[in-house]
Design a protein around this ligand. Structure first.
Ligand SMILES: Nc1ncnc2c1ncn2[C@@H]1O[C@H](COP(=O)(O)OP(=O)(O)OP(=O)(O)O)[C@@H](O)[C@H]1O
Length: 298
């Protein structure tokens, strides 16, 4: 599958502050990627670096498998990384005609792109009469004018009401269904879960997870377990393929599960190893819990 963008050990310091800490990941054609992280986690800085508006401190990135210079690659990318900036008294069509002129793009696609973002019926209204959601949709239309291979959006639903959020998400999915690769930054787990196929989770500039959204959500939960001989129980659990990190509590051990495992199986295995369990509780973890845990751990 074609690689649209490869990021390799990309790093950015602002003085003593590390905004992005040696992150590496790939963007494959046709997928919808989310960069998920709380405020200040380095999402915008990452987008700024690959769009050539922020200089990396170290590391590198390659667009389109290196078949084009990073400068020429920008012509194949549509991006909205700042608040949309259009002339208030000019209509949607007039604003987009101006964008075409500045970027030297054929204006014949203006109506098609206004249709994609559901603004055709308002194409002659002045920009200043648009709602926030309409302004954002016009920005998306503008970024689509050159038929980009990848569309990059920074917090595309920020400040919108639920209806506006829904419209933007539907439009993103429609654009993706036509084969355009999408990369969006968001602090909303729910947004990434609904819209993206793949996710990169950032916290304090560090990459905590990269992979399919479905695998981040794999919900195996934890067990709370105890036995009279707790040290033997700990040793027994350490070798089990389903057991992840083990935390000691006053009233037993908490074990993160790497795979689904049945309580009866754990009980049987322990018994066969000479351990009689005095407690075995299974706790499922919500998606929100997992995200908060993922973004709070060191
Ligand atoms: N030009 C700059 N000069 C100094 N520090 C900066 C600059 N730009 C960003 N930072 C810092 O880098 C860190 C990462 O910021 P960044 O904007 O990339 O995060 P973010 O995840 O996009 O957050 P938000 O959603 O709040 O924009 C933050 O601590 C921020 O204060």
């Amino acid at each position: 599958m074609e690689t649209i963008l490869e990021i390799n050990q990309l790093h950015k310091n602002y003085g003593a502050l590390t905004a992005v800490d040696r992150i590496s990941f790939q963007i494959k054609k046709g997928h919808v990627y989310g960069i998920l992280g709380p405020n200040g986690s380095g999402k915008s800085t990452t987008l700024g670096m690959v769009l050539n508006v922020v200089n990396p401190t170290s590391g590198d990135y390659t667009w389109f498998e290196g078949n084009t210079s990073n400068h020429d690659a920008l012509k194949r990318i549509g991006a909205i990384i700042e608040r949309p900036n259009f002339y208030p008294s000019m209509s949607a069509v007039q604003n987009l005609e101006l964008v075409c002129k500045i970027k030297n793009i054929d204006p014949s696609k203006i109506e098609e792109k206004l249709t994609v973002v559901d603004l055709l019926s308002r194409k002659h209204s002045p920009f200043k009469t648009y709602s926030l959601g309409m302004k954002q949709r016009l920005a998306i239309a503008s970024a689509l004018l050159n038929d980009p291979e990848i569309l990059i959006l920074d917090e595309p639903t920020n400040g919108l009401d639920p209806k506006g959020i829904r419209q933007i998400r539907d439009i993103i999915q429609q654009i993706a269904s036509n084969g355009t690769t999408i990369l969006l930054a968001s602090h909303l787990l729910d947004e990434v879960e609904k819209v993206c196929t793949d996710v990169v989770v950032l916290r304090n500039g560090k990459m905590l997870y990269s992979g399919p959204v479905g695998e981040m959500n794999r919900n195996h939960g934890s067990i709370f377990i105890d036995a009279a001989n707790r040290d033997a129980l700990h040793e027994f659990l350490k070798d089990k393929p389903y057991a992840g990190s083990i935390t000691k509590h006053d009233d037993g051990l908490e074990v993160k599960l790497y795979e689904d495992v049945d309580n009866a199986q754990i009980n049987k295995d322990a018994f066969e190893s000479g351990i009689i369990l005095s407690k075995l509780l299974h706790k499922k973890q919500s998606l929100e819990d997992q995200f908060i845990e993922l973004t709070n751990q060191n």
